[in-house]
Design a protein around this ligand. Structure first.
Ligand code: EBD
Length: 320
């Protein structure tokens, strides 16, 4: 991984007093990755619930502290977006950095994507949730950041029943688009990764928009559109944009929803809809519900990213 593209200036104080003096871990793990584990915890002083992400600083013999500072910097940048998980505190030990974050009790939307019909999302649910995801993604893009791992496992719900609001999580792969030099490994998760990542083309904000298209398809149908019998087949399906909208999967789903997905699953990144354009799509505006104040996307900043910012060429070394 090229370290020069990381943002390592953070404002958050990294506390060195013992995490366990201030929090009690409760219940089973919420999530586990290669170098991180997430556990629910309770702040002793307030009794409030949080999610603590324990990140190892050394990985495969390399010091990855700056990668973790990059994740903290992105969470700090997005602190005013209601749809990005809130960062509460950070602790550092000899071996780990612990991110104490807002607890989203509803868990991953993945669970409802694969649920039986009666518990699955309605199209109306998906419209509301996709609007929120787009507002969170737009906030990142307007600040020149890309997420690069948008998938149902990284979109959480504040509550699953009644259906609450979304929180975008896991900024471990996020990068600033205007200073990503070379990304020396394939980013993202096979089923959701955009064609340009597979073909050594520059990544941009449009790379996230492809993932939003796949996410929408999965939330509406429970089917992963490009999934093959193995990773090579999945990659081939993506690079050929081999996608279908079968009647049996899309029964009862509007033509506008399919048109919305088609505006994103376009091979040429420059032809894909941007987040701000998606929010004006008829599928998301035709059955407009009264917006709650927190739905307001913050006013555009001067240094807007109005078109996908491309980054320099990716050199993909890691094989999947
Ligand atoms: C109830 C719950 C159930 N499952 C997960 N899964 C999960 C998915 C992705 C990541 C990857 C990350 N980061 C971590 C956990 N998070 C939950 N609540 C969280 C989780 C969090 C913060 C993000 C950790 N707040 N509330």
């Amino acid at each position: 991984m090229d370290r020069s593209s990381l943002v390592t200036q953070t404002q958050t104080i990294l506390r060195t007093d013992p995490f366990n003096d201030n929090y009690r871990v409760v219940g089973k793990e919420l999530g586990r990755g290669k170098f991180a584990v997430v556990k629910k915890c309770v702040e002793l002083l307030t009794g409030k619930e949080y999610a603590a992400k324990f990140l190892r600083k050394r990985r495969k013999g390399e010091d990855c502290r700056n990668d973790i500072l990059n994740e903290i910097a992105v969470l700090e940048m997005a602190r005013f977006s209601p749809y990005v998980v809130d960062l509460h505190e950070v602790y550092e030990t000899n071996s780990e950095i612990i991110l104490v974050m807002e607890y989203a009790a509803g868990g991953e939307i993945f669970n409802q994507c694969v649920a039986d019909q009666d518990e699955a999302f309605t199209e109306k649910d998906v419209i509301r949730l996709i609007r929120q995801i787009l507002q969170g993604v737009l906030y990142l893009h307007r600040n020149n950041f890309v997420h690069l791992d948008l998938k149902p496992q990284n979109i959480l719900l504040t509550s699953s029943n009644p259906l609450g609001d979304i929180r975008i999580v896991d900024f471990g792969l996020s990068r600033q688009v205007d200073n990503v030099k070379e990304v020396r490994e394939i980013l993202g998760t096979p089923e959701y990764v955009a064609p340009e990542v597979l073909s050594y083309e520059p990544i941009s904000t449009a790379t996230d928009m492809w993932s939003v298209g796949v996410l929408t398809y999965v939330m509406l149908t429970g089917v992963s559109p490009f999934l093959g019998d193995n990773k090579q087949e999945t990659f081939l399906n993506i690079s050929q944009v081999a996608i279908e909208y079968p009647q049996e999967e899309f029964e009862g789903i509007s033509e506008l929803a399919i048109d919305f997905i088609k505006s994103l699953l376009i091979k040429n990144p420059r032809k894909r809809a941007r987040a701000d354009q998606c929010l004006k799509h008829a599928w998301l505006t035709s059955c407009q519900e009264p917006e709650s104040p927190k739905d307001k996307t913050l006013e555009p900043k001067e240094s807007q990213v109005e078109s996908p910012e491309t980054t320099e060429k990716i050199v993909l070394l890691a094989s999947y």
